[in-house]
Design a binder for this molecule. Structure first.
Ligand code: AMP
Ligand code: TRP
Length: 319
């Protein structure tokens, strides 16, 4: 089984990225041949600062490794180290129906947030389909917001197979039900672009400040509270043990504890949860060439597979 996923190099990683995509991807690395990449071509749709893009790309690689990606098991690489993927994106775009791309939520959301309508933003799902198909991927672990992109990938693969004969496998999304949408400080989906993120590796003071600023309702300290509607409780459920979760649920329902006490407990657990990853990150940072070596080895392996698939694609379409 080949497993593939990507993460954009558009900034530092938050705990929504971690629980929605990185943790499931890391868990899958022992179940098959995993390919994980940093989507720097995709990030170009929003990042226009070359230095920032380069730094973010290495930063995402660092954080992914610190969180447990094992480069002996999984192939970690930069999307742009396999430029053939843009050739495949072009070929796919020649069969991609405009209507299919016009229906993409992420494109509409980005315009609604004020990004200008570039062809790159519009073609984003075609490049993503190329990312997935060029490695003959079977399974794609992602958060729920990427579900439609995988459906588009399957549509494009099916269209190519119909037109030119069997070329591509149809990949399956793998979306972890419990963490498909991790809420941010305001209860909306956690996202850097909404500014409601808690980052995995910010310092203690900043992390505490973010946790203490989670939006709550005005229920009084003595009154019972509804855990299922609380961001504090939802985030706590991601990092605490079963017993601790049951205990917090009970105290929510009983009343007598204020939100700020619950927030303090959440901060403690969150800080403890990521402690081993912080330590690992320091170790990686101490070895100056480690990340570059991992990415260079990853690029070599990814190129082998991509070249193999592209030979098949070029022959099938007549190039
Ligand atoms: P992005 O930063 O948009 O490249 O997202 C990287 C991965 O993290 C994708 O698989 C997203 O689905 C996942 N992700 C991002 N935000 C969240 C969230 N709030 N909850 C769950 N998954 C998320
Ligand atoms: N679009 C994805 C995101 O924003 C990143 C991505 C690019 C990706 N190519 C991919 C994810 C291929 C999975 C497979 O999160």
């Amino acid at each position: 089984m080949r497993i593939l996923s990507g993460i954009q190099a558009s900034g530092v990683l938050h705990i929504g990225n971690y629980f929605g995509m990185m943790r499931p991807a890391i868990a899958l690395q022992v179940e098959g041949e995993a390919f994980y990449f940093i989507a720097d071509y995709h990030a170009l749709t929003t990042v226009r600062d070359p230095k920032a893009l380069r730094e973010n790309t290495r930063g995402v690689a660092l954080d992914f490794l610190a969180c447990g990606l094992d480069p002996e098991r999984a192939t970690l690489f930069r999307q742009s180290d396999v430029p053939q993927v843009t050739e495949l994106a072009w070929i796919l775009s020649t069969v991609a129906p405009m209507g299919l791309l016009e229906r993409a939520h992420s494109y509409k959301d980005k315009l609604a947030r004020g990004l200008s309508a570039t062809a790159g933003l519009f073609n984003y799902p075609v490049l993503m389909a190329a990312d997935i198909l060029i490695y003959d991927s079977d399974v794609v672990p992602v958060g729920k917001d990427q579900k439609q992109h995988i459906e588009i990938t399957r549509d494009l693969a099916a269209k190519m197979n119909e037109t030119f004969g069997p070329i591509f496998k149809l990949p399956e999304p793998r979306i972890e039900a419990a963490t498909e949408v991790v809420p941010g400080l305001d209860g909306q989906k956690m996202s850097k672009s909404y500014g409601n993120n808690i980052d995995i590796f910010s310092d203690e003071k900043e992390t505490r400040k973010r946790v203490m600023s989670i939006v709550t309702d005005s229920t009084r300290v003595e009154a019972p509270k509804d855990p299922s509607r609380s961001t504090i409780f939802q985030l706590y459920s991601l990092v605490a043990s079963k017993d601790q979760i049951a205990n917090m649920r009970e105290r929510f329902q009983k009343g007598g504890t204020g939100y700020s006490d619950f927030k303090r407990e959440l901060f403690e657990k969150l800080w403890e949860y990521f402690a081993p990853m912080r330590k690992c990150r320091e170790e990686i940072l101490a070895d100056k060439s480690y990340i570059d070596n991992v990415l260079a080895r990853g690029a070599e392996r990814a190129n082998q597979v991509a070249d193999h698939v592209m030979t098949r694609v070029r022959a099938a379409v007549g190039l």
